[in-house]
Design a protein around this ligand. Structure first.
Ligand code: AMP
Ligand code: GLY
Length: 434
């Protein structure tokens, strides 16, 4: 099976990741119309924004049918964890319209940490040692903590808006946190808690496209999660990203491929778990040995803002391969230069912040031609672009070196003005020094 030569695409989501995907889809020779639901002020430049909640599947179906959509691409995890792919497959009206994203069962790799850990154990995939506890096994949880050395890693089993992982140094605090989590600190998400061994090393995000049979490894990226320079302060959705990552040399990536990517794709196949989409493997490089920290069943944000610009082959062709099991016949080509994205956030983020600040200087920032300005949390108010989220923009540039790419992004950011603008000034610095 194939997509029609000329494809109408519906992309679900509204962040920087979706703007980067929309930007890439808009360049495909095979695109007829691109709809983004709900999109942001930036995606308007790539297609048509439609005011639809991606988690409302009945409305998504209606839109798909009335607009002759041929392909649905899912940006965020929520619709996947809620089963959008199965919803399409189980409805004879829309069964033939492929959804890029795994089945609900496959999405459990992200939706349940316990499921993901047990999957890794079954398939011999390297990851931190762990045990899972519930309210009934709280005492055993305390005893398990006593067998570990600090720091202690406690993870809510379910989705907790990126806040469900706690890393604490003090054993008494670890016990107290465990009790609080099992007592409902993260609601349903922390009914079960995974306690795992702490891994030290450097993190990297590896992206895989799979059609359920084979796979292609996309460019990897390093994300900067903390709000403060030098990786200090609170965790955020991501403050910047770099691709390629210098320490991901051939030898390291070969370990990743044989020990992690292959057994993961094979494991899904063996267990009969339908997976046609992207898989994001969060890895720790512990002295050259890759170990899985987490799976996500979607692309990363802000990693997509460096990964998509590096891909030079047609993205709708790639989607076709993912959807119809023909990924092996598709070409994936990648630009060799380094891409760096720097995220500009609202003052106060990841805590409380104000929205609705007018954003100026976007055209000037793009005018040099050196940078791509991806919108993350923006909206339109009359004729103005305004801030509408914690992460506002992701500014991506290429360079021969990380430093060159980063300085081009910082030059563009200088030209952008909104009240409370903040970005980390050290994106990529740690990698340059290595
Ligand atoms: P997760 O949601 O599982 O990715 O966890 C969020 C963050 O916590 C990760 O990106 C890591 O920085 C950190 N983390 C999670 N698990 C571990 C671990 N076992 N050892 C060290 N750091 C971890
Ligand atoms: N950048 C990390 C994530 O997308 O989850």
């Amino acid at each position: 099976m194939k997509l029609p030569q000329s494809v109408n695409v519906l992309l679900l989501g509204s962040g920087g990741r979706e703007h980067a995907l929309a930007w890439k889809i808009a360049q495909s020779k095979r695109l007829a119309k691109l709809y983004i639901a709900p999109g942001n002020a930036g995606t308007k430049g790539c297609g048509i924004n439609v005011d639809i909640n991606p988690a409302d599947f009945a409305i998504v179906k209606q839109f798909v049918l009335s607009n002759n959509v041929n392909l649905v691409v899912v940006g965020p995890e929520e619709p996947l964890v809620k089963g959008i792919s199965d919803y399409f497959l189980n409805d004879s009206d829309i069964r033939n319209i492929p959804v890029i994203g795994p089945s609900m069962e496959g999405a459990r790799l992200e939706g349940s940490k316990d499921f993901a850990k047990a999957f890794m154990m079954r398939h011999g995939i390297p990851t931190a040692a762990y045990r899972t506890f519930t309210r009934d096994t709280l005492e055993e949880g305390y005893a398990f903590l006593e067998t570990l050395r600090p720091p202690y890693v406690l993870k809510a089993d379910g989705l907790a808006a990126g806040k469900g992982v706690l890393i604490v140094d003090d054993p008494a605090q670890a016990k107290a946190e465990l009790a609080e989590m099992l007592g409902g600190k993260f609601g349903h998400a922390s009914q079960r808690v995974v306690i795992e061994e702490y891994l030290s090393g450097i993190e990297v995000s590896v992206f895989v496209a799979t059609d359920g049979k084979g796979y292609k490894i996309l460019p990897e990226a390093k994300d900067y999660k903390r709000i403060g320079e030098g990786d200090t302060g609170l965790n955020t959705g991501g403050m910047g990203a770099v691709s390629p990552v210098p320490f991901c040399d051939e030898a390291f990536m070969e370990k990743v491929r044989t020990r992690i990517v292959e057994p993961t794709v094979e494991g899904l196949k063996k267990e009969g778990i339908r997976y046609n989409g992207f898989l994001f493997i969060g890895l720790m490089n512990a002295d050259g040995e890759p170990k899985v920290i987490e799976y996500n069943v979607r692309m990363g944000d802000p990693e997509t803002e460096v990964v998509m610009p590096r891909i030079t082959s047609d993205i709708i062709d790639l989607f076709e391969g993912i959807a119809f099991g023909s990924l092996g016949t598709k070409e994936l080509t990648v630009r060799g230069e380094t891409a760096v994205t720097v995220v500009c956030v609202s003052g106060g983020y990841p805590g409380e912040y104000e929205k609705g600040k007018i954003v100026e200087g976007l055209e000037e920032a793009a005018a040099s031609g050196n940078s791509l300005i991806f919108h993350a949390g923006t909206g339109v108010q009359g004729r103005e672009t305004v801030t509408a989220g914690g992460r506002v923009l992701a500014v991506t540039s290429f360079g021969e070196t990380i430093g060159e790419a980063a300085s081009r992004s910082y030059d563009a950011i200088e030209k952008i003005r909104y009240s409370g603008k903040y970005c980390r000034r050290d994106i990529g610095k740690d990698l340059e020094a290595r």
